[in-house]
Design a protein around this ligand. Structure first.
Ligand SMILES: NC(=O)c1ccc[n+]([C@@H]2O[C@H](COP(=O)([O-])OP(=O)(O)OC[C@H]3O[C@@H](n4cnc5c(N)ncnc54)[C@H](OP(=O)(O)O)[C@@H]3O)[C@@H](O)[C@H]2O)c1
Length: 363
């Protein structure tokens, strides 16, 4: 049985689901994969729990439940919040593992934090492996991000497609020497929902409000409407395809005006309906040509774009579920990958799949 020490940064929706999947999947992983994940550290933004021999399953489930209630990872901190109990820095967490002489550690980043690149790079240099659900390190400037692409000890299936085998498919195409010409798809479930509601005749502002009420948007809907999340996914796919693109190579259409950026969330929600008429006109113009308006991401070796585009109503791309790869072999009929791709459980399962793949291939 392989015992794999795990450091988990981030125990929110995805990290918490991952902890539960690790605990409840232990017997199956032992029988099928002959491995045991010993979670030695779990950190949120301020606190952590650490045990060199591995935290108990009770502790892991307690952390997942506490974070769901908005509490911290460290139970003592939950009560008194002592400054002295703050966790070590992100690098300090790694120091604890290396000082304890742990080997073959798996570092998992399920944060949405900026600036994790240096921690992840150091993890690789320590001989550890890295699994990410966090897109930001992979979408950082190429100079900082390049080392994470096609590295045998780095996996990031869940960064695109919410756990569906999108990246695995792209790797397969590259491994089998099928040059990639173009990748496209709807990379934002939230914007896909808003577009589909506009097809139904719902005004743009109402659709955004609905998406927010249903919990489909980030707490600040501008994080979705600005297109940056979709841009990061596209950049990751393009870079993995072999194109060293920068953010500046991708054109991003934001679905709100620049002057709305400084408003508070309630102020923003109060004025979002100002865009109703413009959007309605675009939807109507598309409809008159048998098309629908979709927030489409497309990339090739030269660059890419994310933004609203009128596309044939019956096309695969009009369907939220597909990402398409046009390649030398799949030229006139692109390869489509699709299915339900959303939510923390599926995303966590994608992270778990990466962890098990590393155990199989590297450990
Ligand atoms: N949710 C999805 O369906 C989905 C799908 C695909 C990809 N993803 C990606 O997965 C990641 C996690 O998403 P989520 O929905 O789980 O987000 P979330 O619920 O906001 O959780 C993020 C967690 O990261 C912690 N954190 C922030 N900075 C940290 C740091 N430096 N070190 C350790 N922990 C830190 C936060 O701690 P505090 O609680 O202390 O703030 C929080 O617990 C994101 O990058 C997201 O884009 C999510």
């Amino acid at each position: 049985m392989k015992r794999v020490p795990v450091i988990l940064y981030g125990a929110g929706g995805v990290g918490g689901a991952l902890l539960r999947q690790m605990v409840y999947g232990r017997e199956r992983m032992a029988a099928r994969n002959h491995c045991h994940f010993a979670v030695v550290a779990v950190a949120d933004s301020k606190t952590w729990q650490w045990a060199v021999s591995g935290l108990s399953d009770e502790q892991l489930l307690d952390i997942a439940a506490a974070k769901q209630q908005g509490l911290s990872v460290d139970p003592q901190w939950r009560v008194t919040k002592p400054v002295a109990m703050q966790r070590p820095s992100d690098h300090g967490v790694l120091d604890a593992a290396s000082e304890a002489e742990l080997e073959n550690v798996m570092v998992v980043d399920t944060t949405a934090a900026d600036g994790m690149e240096s921690v992840l790079k150091r993890s690789i240099n320590l001989g550890y492996s890295v699994v990410l659900a966090n897109k930001k390190p992979l979408a950082a400037p190429w100079e900082r991000a390049s080392g994470f692409f096609n590295h045998p000890r780095v996996r990031h299936e869940s960064t695109v497609g919410g756990g569906q085998p999108i990246i695995a498919t792209l790797r397969y195409l590259l491994d089998t020497n099928d040059p990639i010409y173009q990748i496209e798809g709807q990379m934002s479930g939230t914007l896909g929902y808003i577009c589909q509601r506009m097809d139904d005749g719902v005004a743009f502002g109402t659709a955004v409000q609905e998406a927010k009420t249903n919990g489909y948007t980030e707490p600040d809907p501008r994080d979705d409407l600005g297109g940056m999340d979709a841009m990061r996914k596209l950049l990751i796919l393009g870079r993995l395809a072999g194109w060293p693109l920068e953010e500046s190579d991708i054109t991003v259409e934001s679905l709100y005006a620049p002057e709305m950026a400084s408003l508070s969330i309630p102020e923003f929600m109060a004025v979002i309906s100002h865009l109703d008429e413009t959007m309605q006109a675009r939807v109507a113009a598309a409809k008159a040509n048998g098309q629908v308006l979709r927030y489409v991401a497309e990339v090739n070796a030269q660059g890419g774009s994310v933004g609203l585009k009128a596309i044939p109503a019956g096309s695969a791309l009009a369907n939220l579920k597909y990402i398409s790869f046009r390649t030398e072999r799949y030229d006139d009929e692109p390869l489509l990958i699709g299915g339900k791709g959303a939510g923390v459980e599926m995303t966590a399962a994608g992270v778990m799949g990466d962890m098990l793949a590393l155990v199989r291939e590297v450990y």
